[in-house]
Ligand binder design. Sequence first.
Ligand SMILES: NC(=O)C1=CN([C@@H]2O[C@H](COP(=O)(O)OP(=O)(O)OC[C@H]3O[C@@H](n4cnc5c(N)ncnc54)[C@H](O)[C@@H]3O)[C@@H](O)[C@H]2O)C=CC1
Ligand SMILES: CC(C)CC(=O)C(=O)O
Ligand SMILES: [Mg+2]
Length: 355
Amino acid sequence: MQRRIVVIPGDGIGKEIIEATLPILTKAAKTHGLNLGYTTCLAGGAAIDAYGEPLPQATLDAARQADAVLLGAVGGPKWDSVRPELRPEKAILGLRKELGLFANLRPVKVSPIIAPYSSLKPEVVTGVDILIVRELTGGVYFGQRQEAAEVDGIVSAWDMEVYSQPEVERIVKVACQAAQGRKGKVTSVDKANVLATSRLWRKTATETAAGFPEVALSHMYVDNCAMQLVLAPKSFDVIVTSNLFGDILTDEAAVLTGSIGMLPSASLGQGTGLYEPIHGSAPDIAGQGIANPVGTILSAAMLLRYSLGADAAAEAIENAVQAVLEDGYRNADLYRPGMTKVSTSEMAGLILAKL
Ligand SMILES: NC(=O)C1=CN([C@@H]2O[C@H](COP(=O)(O)OP(=O)(O)OC[C@H]3O[C@@H](n4cnc5c(N)ncnc54)[C@H](O)[C@@H]3O)[C@@H](O)[C@H]2O)C=CC1
Ligand SMILES: CC(C)CC(=O)C(=O)O
Ligand SMILES: [Mg+2]
C-alpha cells in the first residue's frame, strides 16, 4: 500500500531543504518496506503569487487526505506589505488549526559532536536532551486582534490571548505522556504572576499532572525559563508551554545546538500530522545552497516515527545524520576550520549515502 505524503516546499530556503530531504525520506521508508507517494502543494508566498491566497483550498484538502505533511517554511520580505489576513504565515497557522494540530513537539538534543558549535560552553550543553511541547492551536496567535486604528487621536492595536481549560489539559497530558518514556520531569512554563491565562494554565497543569503520579511537575515563569535554558539546560526534561512562549523558547533553545537549522518538529492532533523544521524561510540565505537541511531531514524522521509508525526507519535517518556529523562535514552555519564545509545538497547526499 502506498502512503500519501503532501509536500509543501513554501518559500525562501523551503524548496532547497525539501529537495534535499525527499530522497532520504524515500530511501529510509523503502528500506523498511514502506512505499511513499508525494503530492507537492503550494502554500505561503508561493501560493499568494500563484492564486492570490496563502492557503488554497486544494492544499488544505490534499493535506487532510494525506498520511502526513512535510513542510519547508513560508514567508519573506516580498510579502511583508500584503494585507495581514493574506500574509504567507497565515498558511501555516491555517494548516495547524484546520488539521487540529494542537501539540507541537520540538526535541532539542546536543551530542558531543555538535556541542563545540554552541555559543555556550561544551560542558553546559553536552548531553542536553529536552523535549519542548508547545501548544499550537490556541493562545494569542489565534485570539481576536485589532490592527492599528485611531481612537480619540491615539493609534492603538491589540491581540487577545485566550486559553480554555480543555486546551491546557490536553497539551499537558501530551507532555506527561512523553515524560513517562523519558526522565519523568515536566516543567510547565507560564507567566502566572501577571497573566490570567497563565493562572488558568498553572492550575490546570497541576490538576492534569496529578493523574500521572510517576511524573514530577514543576512550574517556572517564562522569563526565568529563558535564562535557565542557557544557564542550566541539562536541568530540563520536558517543557510544556503556550503557543507564543513555545515559539520564542524553541528558537532560543536552538542556540544550544549551534544552529536553528538543526531542529525538527512534529505537529500532532487527531488526524494528519505535519512535520517541519522549527526555523523560517531564511530569506537572507535563500537561493545560495548554504542552508542546513538537518532540521528538515530530522523532521522527516519524526514523520516516519509518528505518522507511519516506522521507528526503525526514523532511527536510521537519525543515525545517518549523526554519522555524517561525526565524519566532520558541516554546513556553513556550523562550519569551523578543520571541518569539511558542504552545501545543502552535499550534506543531504552524504546522509543519503550513510543510510
Ligand atoms: N514555520 C514557518 O514557516 C516559519 C516562517 N517564518 C517566516 O520566515 C521568514 C524569515 O523569518 P526570520 O525571523 O528571519 O527567521 P528564520 O528562522 O527564517 O531565520 C533566522 C536566522 O536563522 C538562519 N537560519 C534559519 N534556518 C536556517 C537553516 N536551515 N540553515 C542555516 N541558517 C538558518 C537565517 O539565515 C537567519 O539568519 C519570515 O517571513 C517569518 O515570518 C518564521 C518562522 C517559522
Ligand atoms: C511563522 C509563525 C506563524 C510560526 C513560527 O514562528 C513557528 O512556528 O516557529
Ligand atoms: Mg518560530
